[in-house]
Design a binder for this molecule. Structure first.
Ligand code: ARG
Length: 464
């Protein structure tokens, strides 16, 4: 988007030329300007102005002819900006002034009436809320797409027996679908967080003016309605200075980023030669400029890395806000950089992640190692009346012996097992081995096929 037209400098008279006579030099103008960032808000700015103008007309603050000119001017400008044909001179500072100046240039005095009963302070709060509302919706759609990719994989390869880890050491076996749906749960909370943040985003600040409203008879309910807000802000001071809604959006992005980072970390590890649990599609990997054998999970590493940037945006925004006196302060001009960056990163990641999931190859793991059935053996003994703590000790010794002989528990002869406990019978072999363990999971939410089917039914109901 073109916004720097140095040759045009000084052509534009500032809206405050009546009060301030000295001109800022170009370095100062560059500091004051936010056009490089807030130009992205132009659609929202025009939408807000159209609603504001219509309300002004309905309240008798504009003539029908004024409204017609303003509408014509703003609609034509939409086309010019979309085509990249509107000059955005940096000394106009921000997108609001660019649009207003151009409107005045195009339609004259009618354009000079548009800012009646409005300030850039409530205007930018409005633009940001309109943007944040769309951002929340876009992110939610991206999350659902990713959830569906995990669910499809859980259906297709869900019954593969997979190890789980605690402390990155083999723990219990589960059906793979169960492990995949863990990510779907995290993503669901991320979507719910966005939906919750959206409620507080979805409040119209327009009419708060600079800080205390206006003496003109504007209709706040009407502009709110025209812009699809279910309510308008109660307090004008809060309305122009509140950026909680942006911080919440950045937190929702950060939490999402952290979840995606954890998933990326899992799959980076699982795809390594040492784990060998899955293979990523070539399209999501890169090789080395030096080592010809390499297939690196760079996309997942970048997804993991992006979480750092996202968290940085959240802390940056919170730091920007923390010491601001009431109400609007120009520091707030820089809020956009943080929020745009955080949302942009997550949109970028969500555009790639579903493809990684859809194309992954699951490699059925070797389950003989790691004594995934050890706790199940202890629970077998509990079934025979042995107190769990005692059973835990017995199985610990059995595992130590098996390890010395480099055998799986199911490979130990019954005599060896019975040396450790008389309570062990030959039925124990129906309890040993990862497959048998997974068949025996009892409670809801556990890692067996029955529980997976229930979870899949839940997600089908929820996401279709
Ligand atoms: N560009 C400004 C921002 O993003 C708009 C509001 C400016 N208001 C003011 N009183 N200087 O925050």
């Amino acid at each position: 988007m073109p916004h720097k037209h140095p040759m045009e400098a000084r052509k534009h008279v500032k809206s405050w030329h009546g009060r301030l006579t000295a001109q800022a030099d170009s370095a100062t103008e560059a500091l004051l300007a936010s056009l490089d960032v807030d130009a992205a808000l132009w659609r929202y700015d025009i939408a807000g102005s159209l609603a504001h103008a219509q309300m002004l007309r309905e309240e008798g603050l504009l003539t029908a002819a004024d409204l017609a000119k303003i509408r014509r001017g703003l609609r034509a400008m939409e086309k010019s900006i979309a085509a990249g044909r509107l000059a955005m001179p940096v000394e106009l500072e921000d997108i609001h002034m660019v649009i207003e100046a151009e409107l005045v240039r195009r339609v004259g005095d009618a354009g000079r009436k548009l800012h009646t009963g409005r300030s850039r302070n409530d205007q930018i709060a409005l633009d940001l809320r309109l943007w944040a509302r769309d951002a929340a919706d876009d992110l939610t759609a991206g999350i659902v797409t990713l959830q569906k990719a995990f669910i499809a994989l859980a259906k297709a390869r869900g019954d593969v027996i997979f190890p789980t880890y605690t402390h990155l050491q083999r723990a219990w076996p589960v059906v793979l679908g169960h492990a995949l749906l863990a990510y779907v749960e995290m993503l669901q909370r991320d979507a719910e967080r966005l939906a919750d943040a959206r409620k507080r985003i979805n409040v119209c600040p327009l009419g708060a003016g600079a800080v205390a409203g206006t003496t003109l008879p504007i209709d706040r309910a009407r502009t709110a309605e025209l812009l699809g807000f279910p309510q308008f802000s109660r307090n004008s001071i809060d309305a122009v200075s509140d950026r909680d809604f942006l911080a919440e959006l950045c937190f929702a992005c950060s939490m999402l980023a952290v979840h995606l980072s954890r998933w990326a970390e899992d799959w980076i590890i699982y795809s390594s030669g040492e784990f060998g649990l899955l293979e990523l599609h070539d399209a999501f990997c890169t090789s080395s400029s030096m080592m010809p054998q390499k297939k690196n999970a760079d996309t997942l590493e970048l997804i993991r890395g992006k979480s750092a940037g996202c968290i940085a945006q959240l802390t940056g925004l919170l730091t920007l806000i923390k010491a601001l006196p009431l109400a609007y302060n120009r520091d707030l001009q820089d809020d956009k950089r943080f929020a745009f960056e955080a949302v942009g990163m997550m949109k970028q990641v969500l555009a790639v992640a579903p493809g990684i999931v859809r194309t992954v190859t699951i490699k059925p793991p070797d389950l003989a190692d790691g004594y995934l059935d050890a706790t199940a053996l202890a629970e077998y003994l509990v079934g025979k009346g042995v107190p769990f703590r005692t059973a835990h000790g017995i199985v610990g010794k059995i595992v130590a012996q098996a390890e010395r002989q480099d055998l799986a528990l199911a490979d130990l002869p019954i005599e060896t097992l019975q040396k450790h406990s008389k309570k062990i019978g030959t039925d124990v072999y129906r309890h040993l081995g990862a497959k048998n363990v997974v068949k025996r999971y009892r409670p809801d939410g556990a890692g067996g096929a029955k529980q997976l089917a229930l979870q899949l039914r839940h997600w089908k109901r929820l996401l279709g």
